[in-house]
Design a protein around this ligand. Sequence first.
Ligand code: ADP
Ligand code: MG
Length: 301
Amino acid sequence: MKIAMLARNPNLYTHKRLKEAAEERGHTLDIINTLRCYMNIASRRPEVYYNGEKLVGYDAVIPRIGASITFYGMAVLRQFEMQGVFPLNESVAIGRSRDKLRSMQLLARDGIGLPVTTFAHDPKQTEEVLELAGGAPVVIKLLEGTQGIGVVLADTKRSAKSVVEAFRGAGVNILLQEFIKEAGGTDIRAIVVGGRVVASMMRTGAQGDFRSNLHRGGSAEVIKLSPEERSTAVRAAKAMGLNVCGVDMLRANHGPVVMEVNSSPGLEGVEKATGLDIAGKVIAYMEKHAKPNATKTKGKG
Ligand code: ADP
Ligand code: MG
């Protein structure tokens, strides 16, 4: 296969590993800086240019689009999709996963366990949505946050109200979420590839932090998932329409609840914790599925 990977930094562990895994299996993989692509949105001839050349002949594209460039990155990916190039994850599914509210709605529709999550546009309704979320302590999240930035735990009703007011005053969209205290600052990440959990780890936050993001100094260890956790992860990936993703869950008293589904999961933490070749599994999945015009949406939506 001739693979294009949309990524800005070729030196990131995950990007290096995917390139290595592709080459080991006899493919070529070009790392293409998403922001340096330019497009010709010509009728019936969608084109992508890079460094003065038209990109042609790719069998598959791996989108590794950072949260800060979602808008442009998805437009570039759609150009490939419209050409019939197989995307590891479709632009539509990536778009869903980048919006926490939309993700929660899709997961809820499919009956997947979630922390109680509430949302209001008008800060005048803060009191009501806070009550709906079970009152303080409560977790407050930016709709488009990532790496734990923009996730706040408010211990009291008063602090919750002032955090909500501050965010809303700054014109930022947020959601309120039941605090799953019993998770004890740990969460579970399951990596799903093609409808199967291929690896999982438990992440524990740095001392004193309820957020377990590895980017925030959390640590990872390998764990075995319960059958319920495994099926929850698979169903969450399916609900989002993601072929490859990281499903983050908390162990609540009443079973696993999904917090978010990440469409570009990092591989460093999970490969190091488990010793598994996950990059290889991703490439193997593409070998099986990267047929021309296999995209369902072809840039729609
Ligand atoms: P981000 O997209 O910034 O990673 P998350 O929603 O994944 O945001 O939250 C970051 C971390 O905060 C999670 O990994 C988890 O450890 C903790 N956390 C998030 N939501 C809750 C919650 N409702 N209850 C308890 N802990 C939570
Ligand atoms: Mg997260």
